[in-house]
Design a protein around this ligand. Structure first.
Ligand code: UD1
Length: 370
């Protein structure tokens, strides 16, 4: 069935891919986006969106803009958010305002103008540390990262006997452990959606996204995802700057696979009420992705290892994607090497301001790198 889908934050990196995927499925698409400068630079137009997408420029906290954007909408994808974990630890009012008050305003309007389904972009960051196993194979689900007392302390969490714990794929049942303002704000978005939708006859779905990457990432935003930051550094002839020791693990998922997950969450009859992890199912270290990206970009350059961590960052969190595979039929399709090659090809044609040193100084000045 054809829907009119409102995508909040739809001019952003993930939103543009979700918009395209929705159009390909025959839906009508409207985007509400405030085109913030940190992401969109000084552009006043939503670049990169298909011409068939209707654009409403406005802030998700602005009731009047939301009302206009919601007119005739039958489903909503809620992506409008501030997304930097490190930045959230000092721009607290902005993060809580955009992410949580913004979601509250959206639902305030949805109470009077309900839609069939709302899909919210949550984040793996809500898990805090992912699931671990100890060297005897026992599962540990309550690992909390503690700051290192000295530079000789290991980066990895340890068990009671001082043995390093091994990261294991994290399923949806792991309890949240909110280690940053960003994580807290994303969890609030998720809970608002899953609490309010059923109360007002709407269907709610939350997708917990891992680290999305691909062409179109905001290259000049120093608070964007690590792959875009590394790409921007290399493009400007600078080495990637790696926090900690580079052995921290994540799951990098191609943005087209993320868009696939959104389509399933929007259309699948089993999705309502559900919370789903969205990743590639493969995990990699930050050092490994720096290396592979510099090869793909043909810019061999040894990374700079900071040996310090951003406060609020988690050490390891990798995705268990079996629930979305089994219940919704999700299949990650993009091979990582192919995805990186495409990213490299795209970056080569872009201009990217390298603002990473400024961003690091902002964090350091506030004692948020240690
Ligand atoms: C990212 C997203 C977050 C999303 C989450 C889902 C951003 C800004 N954050 O958070 O919105 O919900 O994925 O998984 O897109 N690192 C470096 N050097 C850098 C930058 C980062 O070594 O220049 C390291 C970080 O310290 C961290 C890892 O790379 O260990 C990943 O960082 P980042 O890309 O910011 O992702 P997440 O914090 O996982």
């Amino acid at each position: 069935m054809t829907d009119t889908i409102l995508i909040t934050g739809g001019a952003g990196f993930i939103g543009r891919y979700v918009a395209r995927a929705c159009l390909e499925r025959g839906h009508r698409v409207r985007v509400l986006d405030s085109l913030i400068e940190q992401v969109h630079g000084d552009r006043t137009q939503a670049d990169g969106l298909d011409r068939d997408v209707e654009v409403v420029v406005g802030d998700v906290r602005d009731e009047a803009a939301l009302l206009r954007a919601l007119k005739g909408a039958t489903k909503v994808v809620h992506l409008a958010a501030e997304v930097g974990v490190g930045q959230s630890m000092y721009a607290v009012d902005r993060y809580v305002s955009v992410n949580d008050y913004g979601t509250a305003v959206l639902f305030q309007q949805l109470i009077d103008n309900p839609v069939k389904r709302v899909v919210v972009a949550s984040s793996m960051s809500i898990y805090g540390e992912g699931l671990y196993k100890d060297p005897d194979g026992r599962v540990r689900e309550d690992v909390v990262r503690v700051a290192r007392a000295s530079e000789s302390d290991p980066w990895d969490p340890l068990d009671e006997q001082g043995r390093p714990l091994i990261p294991a794929p994290t399923p949806e049942w792991k309890k949240p452990a909110l280690a940053s303002v960003y994580a807290l704000s994303k969890y609030v978005q998720e809970r608002l959606t899953l609490t309010l939708c059923p109360a007002y006859g709407m269907e709610g779905v939350a997708l917990r996204l891992w680290n999305a990457y691909g062409p179109g990432q905001a290259l000049s935003n120093p608070y964007t995802g690590v792959l875009a930051i590394f790409a921007s550094r290399l493009h400007n002839g600078q080495p990637p700057m790696i926090f900690e020791d580079g052995q921290q693990r994540r799951d990098f998922v191609h943005v087209e696979d993320v868009a696939q997950a959104f389509i399933l969450a929007l259309e699948h009859e089993e999705a309502p009420g559900g919370v789903y992890n969205v990743g590639s199912g493969q995990d990699r270290t930050v050092s490994e992705v720096a290396e592979l990206l510099s090869q793909a970009m043909n810019r061999p350059m040894a990374p700079e290892i900071a040996g310090k961590a951003r406060i609020g960052d988690i050490r390891h969190c990798i995705a268990d994607i079996s629930k979305i595979q089994q219940e919704l039929g999700y299949k990650p399709r993009k091979d990582f090497a192919e995805g990186l090659a495409e990213l490299a090809e795209w970056v080569a044609k872009q201009e990217a301001k390298d603002l990473v040193n400024e961003a690091r100084k902002e964090l350091e000045a506030r004692g948020l790198v240690a």
